[in-house]
Design a protein. Structure first.
Lengths: 154, 507
């Protein structure tokens, strides 16, 4: 059990995993940024600062790996996969649909899909909620705030 | 120095219908998001950023600031009534606020916290008015080298006071800064990290990062986790009247809390959470009947509530005079100001005195509005607390989608929010604090500019960073901080070997 009571993923240490990811990001940054013009200290090119940041990131990642792994912290908390996948999909569906179908359908779908993230949400209530939210959203953003979006683009 | 003409122009700038209206909207919204657990000032401000682009600087600033300190009023309502903090800074208020509720003294608790918050805010605002001008005066002589050292100091302070490991926060800052370099480099026109994607030419949208890492990640983490709450009881106005020695006890606690909060507000990174916890600890220690704490001691709510409000007001001191945001929400406000063409920093008070004083006066008016909103109108917020989270979060999702889309009607921005949401959630799982990333994102480009300019002026010599005494002092402070962190690591490692000491069990 982790501190907040959620179950831990066995064997996976957040320190190792986190440290490795950070070092990877830093290395990637240095690799890409060093292809840009570096320039000199006096006349810094676009690549100078990102390469510096990349190197710092690697150092900090090493710090995580060396120092943090000494403390025996509990494993990574088990990710809440259902909310993660459902909510992310809701946002992506909104993105996919808003220009082709319009603001209202996009809001409706985003709200409806996101209700699936909580298993306690009942289908009929979810439909009503989605419809209400879509209406409120359109009224607020399109009419009250004047966002240049089409309500329905059919 | 300060002259009456500036004060007067500040007042006249504020007293327009639009500015006052948006001040009210800001504090009302702040209370609203403060009351509701699961949505905070960060999401509210990120959502409103696009709107502020169309408003006058004074109006948008007054509104955003109103949200910022308004949340400190609302947060305690949920803490007292439901034992669930509306904002992290009001978590401590649960300890004695909820027992008071159970004793039938919930109304008194709500009144006392509102009044303590008011005291903290007003005194904090006075501190802002007193200390900002002289501080800006000193800072105006800062060159690029000094400024860079200052930003480094501020970021280190954030790291020191952040939860979680030091290296994680540092990594978050540098990764945030890397994210900030994405896009076309202003100086040379060369593309950085765009990989040919047109949507990345202008960089990653700030609102998308803020909404994703804080708003979306919060929703993902909270769905299904927030326990079902029982309905909140109605509070009558009469039940709010304090009895016996409630007044003197809470007043003294509020004053002590204000002192603590004002101090921590000036320090970048320390934040209201630390201020409120420290105030609680202090009250318990100086109280004659410390056994009462945890069972409804009124000092336990008066002190922390004054502290977190004073903290919110004095946090504007480093932000406005030095351009140093103390936390992620402030960083967002700083960005909003920059987009409006008003750059917070040493020259801000000099070139925009009317704006500064208008803001200061708006704090006074805003807090007065909040007093009305939180005492007689508290029943409104109580009713809000009855909405179950499973109905609330789809609304938040729709808000986030529409909010980011309204920035530039760009689908790419919406996708960015989704990506940032996953990133933010991943960071939570791996125990990285999110605020340093946003700070790095906002301050990174600034640091680069100053770094570049400092080296350009000194013809590439790094010695420029120790050539002026201000810079030396700041860098000295940086070294001290690094040392204290190292010492802290050693001490905790020794304690881990030795076992907890009795002193640790006192809180």
């Amino acid at each position: 059990m982790t501190n907040d009571g959620s179950k831990a993923v066995a064997g996976l240490s957040p320190d190792w995993f986190g440290g490795v990811i950070v070092v990877a990001i830093g290395t990637l940054a240095v690799a890409v940024a060093s292809t840009y013009t570096l320039g000199t200290a006096e006349n810094m090119g676009p690549g100078y600062f990102p390469v510096m940041l990349g190197v710092l990131t690697i150092c900090f990642g090493v710090g995580i790996l060396v120092v943090d792994t000494r403390k025996r912290s509990e494993g990574v908390a088990r990710p809440a996969l259902r909310p993660l996948l459902v909510i992310t999909s809701a946002i992506l569906i909104f993105a996919a649909v808003v220009d082709t179908l319009g603001l209202a359908p996009a809001c409706f779908l985003a709200a409806l899909i996101s209700t699936f993230a909580d298993k306690n949400n009942q289908p009929r209530r979810a439909l009503v909620l989605a419809a209400v939210l879509a209406t409120l959203a359109v009224l607020t953003f399109k009419y009250a705030l004047g966002v240049p979006a089409e309500v329905f683009t059919w | 120095m300060v002259n009456a003409g500036d004060l007067w122009s500040g007042l006249t700038l504020l007293f327009s219908f639009e500015a006052l209206l948006y001040c009210f909207i800001g504090v009302a919204l702040g209370t609203f998001v403060g009351v509701l657990p699961g949505i905070g000032a960060m999401t509210a401000i990120a959502l409103l950023l696009p709107i502020t682009y169309q408003l006058e600087p004074i109006t948008s600033l007054v509104m955003l600031a109103g949200i910022y300190y308004g949340t400190q009023y609302g947060g305690s309502t949920a803490s007292i009534l439901l034992n669930m903090p509306g904002t992290p800074t009001t978590a401590v208020t649960c300890l004695d606020g909820y027992p008071m509720m159970k004793q039938g003294r919930g109304g008194v608790a709500l009144l006392i916290t509102a009044i303590s918050s008011f005291i903290g805010s007003i005194i904090g605002t006075v501190a802002l008015a007193l200390f900002a001008p002289p501080l800006a005066q000193i800072a105006i002589s800062f060159g690029s080298a000094e400024y860079l050292s200052l930003v480094v100091l501020g970021l280190l302070a954030v790291v020191l006071f952040s939860e979680g490991s030091v290296f994680r926060s540092l990594a978050a800052i540098s990764i945030g800064a890397l994210l900030g370099t994405v896009g076309i480099d202003i100086n040379t026109g060369e593309q950085r990290f765009t990989f040919g994607l047109l949507s990345l030419y202008d960089g990653v949208a700030l609102t998308a990062v803020a909404l994703g890492i804080f708003g979306l990640a919060e929703v993902i983490a909270n769905v299904g986790q927030v326990e079902e709450r029982g309905p909140a009881q109605r509070i009558s106005l009469r039940s709010m009247l304090p009895t016996g020695d409630d007044w003197p006890r809470s007043l003294k606690a509020a004053l002590r809390g204000t002192a603590i909060g004002s101090f921590f507000g000036v320090l970048p990174g320390a934040g209201g959470v630390m201020a409120s916890f420290m105030s609680y600890a202090l009250e318990k220690r100086v109280s004659k009947n410390s056994a009462e704490f945890g069972h409804g001691a009124i000092e336990g709510i008066a002190g922390p509530e004054a502290a977190n409000n004073a903290n919110a007001q004095t946090a504007f001191i480093p932000t406005l005079t030095l351009g140093l945001p103390g936390d992620a929400v402030m960083a967002l406000i700083v960005s909003a100001m920059m987009i409006q063409g008003v750059t917070p920093g040493p020259s801000f008070l000099h070139t925009n005195p009317a704006l500064f004083w208008a803001l200061v006066f708006s704090f006074v008016i805003g807090n007065a509005m909040l007093l009305v909103l939180n005492i007689p109108l508290v029943g409104l917020w109580v009713r809000l607390l009855n909405i179950p989270y499973r109905t609330l979060y789809p609304a938040i999702v729709v808000l986030i989608c529409c909010g980011i889309y309204s920035v530039g009607t760009s689908v790419a921005d919406v996708v960015t929010v989704a990506v940032m949401g996953v990133l933010g959630y991943g960071m939570r799982l791996l125990r990285f604090a999110a605020a340093p990333l946003l700070l790095g994102f906002v301050l990174g480009p600034l640091m680069e500019e100053h770094f570049r300019r400092a080296l350009l002026l000194s013809s590439g010599h790094l010695s420029t960073f120790v050539s002026s005494w201000i810079s030396v002092v700041i860098l000295g402070a940086v070294v001290l901080m690094v040392l204290s962190v190292v010492v802290r690591q050693f001490r905790s490692r020794r304690q881990a070997a030795v076992g907890p000491s009795p002193a640790d069990e006192e809180l």
